[in-house]
Design a protein around this ligand. Structure first.
Ligand code: FES
Ligand code: FES
Length: 179
């Protein structure tokens, strides 16, 4: 069946069998291999992607079901070499070891991060309770999420400073040609 999706802002059209899983479609047909497959039973969360903005397990979703929808995978997070704030926080807090589970954690957390919600550690643990990690013991992941959410909330609460973005004095005088 013809299936059209927009993945990370790029439109794709492919012929797929009705039984093809979204996880296989993303990885094998589109070459977006950042999405990892762990259990293929909807348990581990490592295959999580956003479907029209909501996290879904791509291993229990059929590719044909997402026809006409927007999919965001972990490849859609960074802006060139500039990491997303969540990715930065995972890096800063050593929130990953082998990294296999990390794309799923990031995609599960992205909607909350984008809403700039502050959560308690207990709430963070609840949010990530559907994602399994075999390496980290979760403590550093929780710290990373807390850091990222606090930074996002602070940014959202800070009014834009007057004059932000002005050309600094020195540059102004050199533009005038002054010594
Ligand atoms: S691979 Fe999809 S939930 Fe484990
Ligand atoms: S960092 Fe290895 S599974 Fe989570």
């Amino acid at each position: 069946m013809k299936t059209r999706i927009i993945a990370n802002g790029t439109a794709y059209e492919r012929d797929v069998e009705p039984r093809r899983l979204l996880s296989d479609f993303i990885r094998q047909d589109l070459g977006l291999t950042g999405t990892n497959i762990g259990c293929e039973h909807g348990v581990c969360g490592s295959c999580t992607v956003l479907l029209d903005g909501d996290p879904v397990r791509s291993c229990t979703t059929l590719a044909v079901q997402v026809d006409g929808q927007r999919v965001t995978t972990v490849e859609g997070l960074a802006d060139g070499t500039e990491l997303n704030g969540l990715q930065e926080a995972f890096k800063a807090c050593h929130g990953l070891q082998c990294g296999f589970c990390t794309p799923g954690f990031l995609m599960t957390l992205l909607p909350i991060y984008n809403e700039a919600k502050r959560l308690t550690r207990e709430e963070i643990r609840e949010v990530i309770s559907g994602n399994l990690c075999r390496c980290t013991g979760y403590q550093q992941i929780v710290e990373a999420v807390e850091l990222a959410l606090n930074e996002a909330a602070e940014l959202a609460e800070t009014p834009p400073e007057e004059g932000l973005g002005r050309v600094p004095q020195e540059s102004e005088s050199s533009r005038d040609g002054s010594p």
